[in-house]
Design a protein around this ligand. Sequence first.
Ligand code: PMP
Length: 401
Amino acid sequence: AFSSVPLAPPDIIFHLTAQYKADKDPKKVNVGVGAFRTDKLQPYVLPVVKKADAILFNDESLDHEYQPIAGQPSYTKAAARLILGKDSPAIKENRVAAVQTISGTGANHTGAAFLAQFYKKSRTVYISNPTWANHRNIFSMVGFEVKEYPYWNPTTRGLDYSGLIKAMEQAPDGGIFILHACAHNPTGVDPTRDQWKGIADVMQKKNHFPFFDCAYQGFASGDLDSDAWAVRYFVDRGFELFVAQSFAKNFGLYGERAGNLTIVTKSTGETNTVFSQIEKLQRAEISNPPAYGARIVDIVLNDPVLYAEWKENLKYMSNRIIEMRKALYGRLIELKTPGKWNHITDQIGMFSFTGLNKNQVTVLKQKYHIYMTDNGRISMAGLSTTNVNYFATALDDVVRT
Ligand code: PMP
């Protein structure tokens, strides 16, 4: 039955991690995978998550019954409030539907599957070039044609704003545009607020549909509200939109798969019908979402003291990343490494798009046991006060040769 099934290529990131793990060199560095690490390069369980864990452990009323199909309303409401803001006009006007998903990937997928069935204006989804590798998979697997819009300008190592605007102008009306809410993966480059205004103008004029992907709220700037600014701005401008939220990074709940799809429509009536269809879709796909990670998030988001502590934990993570950016930049300046490196400190979020080419990436792996994706993206969390000088020296070497 399966003799004609072609072999699929391994996933690039997870393959890279496997190569790193197999490497026996003590100097090895993993700047491939996008997971936070402490300065000792260990996984980080947020202290506030440990507290929520203890609350769950001691709660005699909890059991392992099925969760509601769309997740617990206390969780999905809190997630929607987190991204839209507690004073959001959409929340006040009952125009928000929310459903718990299998982390951010599931939120993207559920949104994609819903749009594939019910969005009649377009069969095309536009993703940034470059973007998170899974966007293309997710949207093409539900039947959309996936096209790219320009995003990264290799010369300035910044945003190709005019290219992006032009692509939006030229796309047929009603296209679906995937936008990174903050901390764009992989480039670490976000539009400025003025540029977001320009993007909203052209999207409104062209009747395009914004689908925000928000995997790093609180991680980018350390401030939950400013990382949500673009989404809130679009809501204020009257857009209907989807937001795929992940609590993998900002809660360190990677493997627990806690996510949420927040949907803003123009009326309560539409919100109700959309929600009913999302529930039906969810029933067919996963029946009921997983409880554990969502319970942790639910406890923290709904308790003012724990919420305040979470913000401190977020600041610790984002500050460590900012410190590593400064350390790497500072060392490259000391070494007088050829080229301009200010993009390392200008870019935000987990990643830096270094500008290294595929050849240089290969040399770093073979000669220095440094592992990163071929596009030259590095996860800042893979650097530490212990290995940043080694990393900078290796980078200096490959840039010179
Ligand atoms: N979107 C983007 C842009 C991401 O970087 C990620 C995490 N790598 C995700 C979505 C979703 O990840 P997860 O399914 O683990 O929440």
